[in-house]
Ligand binder design. Sequence first.
Ligand code: SF4
Length: 422
Amino acid sequence: MSQLERLSIWDDPAVHKALSWYLEVAENRRPAKFRIAATIPCKLDPTRCPEAELWRELDHLTPIFVAQWEAIRAGAPLQCVAEGPSLLELCRELAYRMLAHCNFCPWNCRVDRLRGTKIGACRLASGARVSSHFHHTGEESFYRGTQGSGTIFFTSCNMRCSFCQNGDISTDKDNGEEVDPRTLAAMAWLLRREGCHNINWVGGEVVIHLHAIVDAIAHLGRGFTPTRSELAQAHTTKADRFDWFEEVPVSALYDGEFNAPILWNSNFFMTLEAIRILRILTDVWLPDLKFGPGRCAMSLAKTPWYWETLTRNIALLEEWGEDFTIRHLVMPNHVECCTFPVLEWICDHVPATPVNVMAQFHPDNFCDPKSAKYREKYAEIARRPSHSELADSWRHAHELGLNFETTTFERGNPFGVRELFM
Ligand code: SF4
């Protein structure tokens, strides 16, 4: 049994059940989904077909992929990789086709980011930029484990949260270094060989970099080994490069080839097309469900279509039988309009999901009165949530019977929590 599997978090049967596929891949007892996708042949040459035909092929191959995934879950061996193009290459080609009329997210800007003469709401052309990557020890226990979550932080975002706690990354599109897909793959390859339990794609927002990430994963699924210069390039954004991590190649292998669970850590403001591609590649999902169904997503984050997009996407995960956990950050003065409806929706639609009802909101970015960026219109959230707001949130989650206590309180009882909400 590995150190990850020994953690007490797995003693909660609800957590274990919700994340069973992820754990199997993290422990290299099962191949990651991208390894399965590489075994599903694509009859078309993806580079030569019209986009509509590629989407039809994805619709045709997805049930075949799911059947194969279920068989492997039940113990079947992994098939040989396809000799010609596979579902993996189909996903990569589709992501690049989308980039040429960008519809990765509901802004649906339709700009040609390959040409880069016009930019959309995320302010990006085709280059992907990484701010930093490292062994992240701040994620939930099942993700950080003992060796950290192999986290790659991308720049820029498709939302405008006034309180963004990663504002240095999300509001500065030029943050970090531009990286090509092979360098991205090199980052993931090294983090996993250094013992990280997963590859955690995060931002800013990640879906706006969909093409580069899918391309990197396609490399990882096709016998990728980085060159020295790619590793050197990857090191430029490695935030923990002065720490020593022993490389243990066997910790990154299933059946002799690279293996790692893919963790999609996202604001989930993405289109159906994007999530259909990601379904083939993602082993575990981490949506951040922030706002309720009212106008708060508009007033605090300038984001329309928020509630309908997020709830549709999360409901799809449930329908597809995916492994996922949800984060919700309690905001001051937004318990009744945001926290309560979010918790109630979870109860009604995805009741078994582990939820992290987070207390760590602090005034940042445009709602921080100490910042030059501060805007008076955000005064209502210019403080930490009070103890009574947190207690009300946790009490409501408790009364709804949500699976939140293990995940929310795994680091202890910092606010005398039980006394507050029981
Ligand atoms: S990712 Fe979203 S915001 Fe960026 S160009 Fe595409 S549709 Fe627009």
